[in-house]
Design a binder for this molecule. Sequence first.
Ligand code: SPV
Ligand code: MG
Length: 558
Amino acid sequence: MATKIEGATNRAALRTKTQKLKHALVKEKLAFVMEAHNGLSAKIVEEAGFEGIWASGLSMSAALGVRDNNEASWTQILEQLEFMADATSILILVDGDTGYGNFNNVRRLVKKLCQRGIAGVCIEDKLFPKTNSFIGEGQPLADVEEFSGRIKAGKDSQDDSDFQIVARVEALISGHGMTEALRRAEAYHAAGADGILIHSKKAEADEILDFGREWAGRAPLVIVPTMYYKTPTDVFRETGVSLVIWANHNLRAALSAMRETSRRIMEEQALTSVESEVASVKEVFDIVGQGELAAAEARYLKPKSGEYKCIVLAASRGSALGILTERLPKCMLDIRGKPLLHRLVTTLNEGGLRDICVVRGYQKEAINLANIRAIDNDAYAKSGEATSLACATDQLDGATIISYGDILFRPYILENLLATTGDITTVIDARWRGAGHWEAGRQVDLASCSRTFTGEYLDEEPILLTALHTRDGDSEDNNDGEFSGEFIGLIKLSTKGAAAVKRELAAMKSEGVLDMADLPNLLNRLIATGESVEVLYVTGHWLDVDDAFDLAKARNVV
Ligand code: SPV
Ligand code: MG
């Protein structure tokens, strides 16, 4: 009967895969590793709950369509292992065959396995090129001294001190008997092997159990019960086995399933009968983590214009337009044969934006364009732009363009805005003086920015908005020198920016300040909470329609 092996570590302290394999070998409780032969099967092993993977030489070879005779080169095996290690977080014990040569090949193998996050390797005391142990009789064994040198060289080459080398004793399979098996195991243990794999191809486990009793826990014992599969697992426990390798059952399961599926599709020339028996395409997407990629795309990729949502704030009447807006909100006023909003939506559509939501309020029935979605701010008379935006918070889910409903701009402005990279970007007209609004004494939203517009060709440093100020134009008490431009009512939000806006709207609501707030108030609050609000300078090429003067101008210029 085996004695318990000392030195089991506290499981919680195990960080690395090598430490985990070491623990699996030395702990008292029987551990299991399950065969995998590529990234997908490795994922399946982890998903099933195994603490480790047996990267089987037989299975990896067969999966590549070659024999277990070192027909796949060791670097080709290394490639499979890299996919398996990348695809999983559990330990991998690799079937390293004979070590692919002499001590020198083992040194290089161990170095490469350490680099690729493999927890340990098992090498067998046979000769390169190997033959699978279940083929033929009396396969030649390596010289004990020479094989011990392979183990020593491997242990001396590991860059991770917890990397495990298991020595596989083939003496029983090759017909050399128990004494030779024990002699070899002892020599390999002395050479530094972290565990001994005693292999057998008998249908009964007798020789394995005899070996286990004789071995008496001198080093962790590993077995592969492929042939003596009927032996109850408790018998292995009682014999003091440390690790059981379920060596090839995923490959064999796949072989049967693939064969049967191909046979049926070939015979039936149809997919109907197999559909319910094979994994769904969604399961394939799920196991390779397609969802994670979608989340990463949202995080790292600049959305294409078609992925932007758009919110147009068009709830106000435009009282300064008097009788003209008695029956229509100002956004529906005719600008040379087409409503202003129609022209705005056309510009947005031509910029690639399709998902356009218009927040209506005053005379909402008049806003009846075909390719928009309408959301109503029925409290428009007692609320401002921030409330209208808050009505569309469902739309604030991902990258978004926010536009006033009474503006028109040249298409390149939208194109340039979509090309910006900030999370919150406002469009600011640097040519605000001389454009008319200010000089006419109108109310304008003036921007203080980290830098004024220069027009330099290489002026690419991001410019930050530091505050927006709503001012009555050209009055004497205004020091207009402090302003860098006029906010035109156009904003771009990234997914992160949209979330920040949503958060701020909720905060304004809970503080009871949402109702009379406008977009400048919202932007100033975002700046105050530490959000970077960037500036895209334009120089004219836009208009808004606040009064009859604007309207006349718009009718002229469009
Ligand atoms: C393997 O899985 O490749 C093994 C175990 O080495 S056995 O096939 O049983 O030899
Ligand atoms: Mg093998």
